[in-house]
Design a protein around this ligand. Structure first.
Ligand code: FE2
Ligand code: FE2
Length: 436
């Protein structure tokens, strides 16, 4: 189910051989089937205590407590299911890579997602007995976008048809991974906490691929705009680069689909997962409240007629929303850095993240149509404007028309600028992939 047609390539990959600073980033050319899928866990912290929920203060669990077994299994299966899904979504992209450098980054992300699946499978096999083994097997049977047996979460059944989608996906959706893993890294179930802590070190590179990828697309676009002295999308497209309006629509799509991954804004499961110590908040240890949250409130969005209004609800039930809001803060920062590239080129256009209620399919906001600037709109207005707000079939066809394979070292497709630096201080024109 991995990358297509690439089993024999020697790829300049980063392989972890241990979790210490010397061991986790070993670079060298390897065939992807030989990439080492080790079990990597951060070292055990002696005397680690549970630091949130009703078991706060007790020793962290080295085994699964019977009462929490079903919920923990569900959490691990849901996380595990996302890992191979993205590889399945991306398996055709190697055929249209814009450069060797980018091809290598795609493969790096793919092997690490494969290893992340392996990490979750290890927990299922080691700690959950027969039903764990069955769940692990089912992880291999589900397939992204499969009509009969899809992946568990919506965004992981969407297609990643082109490299613009890939960069948006690694920026936005791998960042969802970061926040889920960070919340699991707080878990009272110590093996899960230690495994996810190590996965987080790898996730940083995936988001880098997305952020720098989009940044390079923008760089190339604004260069062409300045050369042509135009902001007309038709002329910009004719020059073979991606107009900023299309970038904005892709951003709107990936952002809205990804924030749905955090689940319903009010969820009794989220409250149970937190109170029983299974899943914490982002940076739980840095927060100064009582880590029990009983009697605390949190402000969420509600719909009243044709208006969005604020509503205070018990925080324990709103923990999905708390994590989503932390995610939103984090993802907005990178969009600001993309805007710096546009600003530097002297172009007035700015990318923005759409309103939280835009294009939502899960929770309270699923029932309304909302514009990117946060107005509740009629079905008729939505239908009239949707092609300005989300990628249209025509946008996707245009982006697809730019995709072509560029594999000569140091050469890049016309629609994307080269990176500032190579991988592991290698030159940009280094032979990152040897085709055999
Ligand atoms: Fe992952
Ligand atoms: Fe990732």
């Amino acid at each position: 189910m991995g990358p297509e047609g690439s089993q024999d390539f020697d790829v300049y990959l980063r392989t972890a051989i241990s979790v210490d600073p010397q061991g986790w980033a070993q670079f060298g050319h390897v065939k992807m089937p030989d990439y080492r899928w080790g079990i990597f866990m951060n070292p055990k912290e002696e005397g680690r205590r549970i630091h949130f929920g009703e078991h706060k203060g007790e020793a962290a669990w080295q085994d699964v407590p019977g009462e929490h077994r079903a919920n923990l299994r569900r959490i691990i299966v849901t996380q595990g299911d996302t890992e191979p899904a993205s590889v399945e979504q991306q398996r055709h992209l190697g055929l249209t890579a814009p450069s060797q450098y980018d091809l290598r980054n795609l493969f790096q992300v793919n092997v690490e997602e494969g290893r992340h699946l392996w990490a979750m499978v290890y927990l299922l096999h080691k700690y959950f007995g027969r039903d764990g083994r069955e769940e692990a097997e089912a992880l291999l049977q589900r397939n992204s976008g499969d009509e009969d047996n899809p992946r568990i979460l919506g965004a992981f059944n969407e297609k990643t048809p082109d490299w613009l989608s890939f960069f948006m996906f690694t920026y936005f959706t791998d960042r969802d991974g970061k926040f889920q893993l960070a919340a699991l890294a707080e878990s009272s179930f110590d093996p899960l906490a230690r495994t996810t802590k190590f996965m987080l070190t790898e996730e940083a590179h995936h988001m880098f691929v997305g952020e720098s990828g989009i940044s390079r697309v923008i760089q190339r676009t604004v260069q062409a705009m300045n050369e042509l002295k135009t902001d007309d999308p038709v002329k910009i497209r004719a020059a073979g680069v991606i107009d900023l309006e299309t970038l904005q629509r892709y951003l709107n799509f990936h952002y809205s689909v990804t924030i749905d991954l955090f689940g319903a804004d009010q969820s009794s499961n989220a409250a149970i997962f937190y109170s029983s110590g299974l899943k914490g908040r982002y940076e739980e240890g840095k927060r100064s409240d009582d880590h029990l949250l009983k009697g605390e409130n949190y402000r969420i969005l509600d719909v009243q007629g044709d208006r969005l209004v604020d509503k205070d609800v018990p925080m324990l039930n709103a923990l999905n929303e708390v994590l989503r809001d932390d995610y939103i803060k984090d993802s907005v920062a990178g969009v600001g850095r993309w805007n710096k590239v546009i600003e530097k080129a002297g172009i007035p256009f700015r990318l923005t993240v759409p309103h939280k209620a835009f294009n939502r399919q899960i929770g309270t906001l699923a029932g309304v149509k909302v514009s990117p600037d946060g107005r509740v709109v009629s079905e008729a207005e939505w239908a009239a404007k949707v092609d300005e707000w989300l990628p249209s079939a025509e946008d996707r066809a245009f982006v697809a028309s730019l995709m072509g394979r560029v594999v000569e070292p140091g050469k890049f497709a016309n629609w994307i600028a080269p990176p500032v630096m190579g991988i592991n201080r290698q030159p940009v024109d280094f032979e990152y992939v040897r085709f055999n």
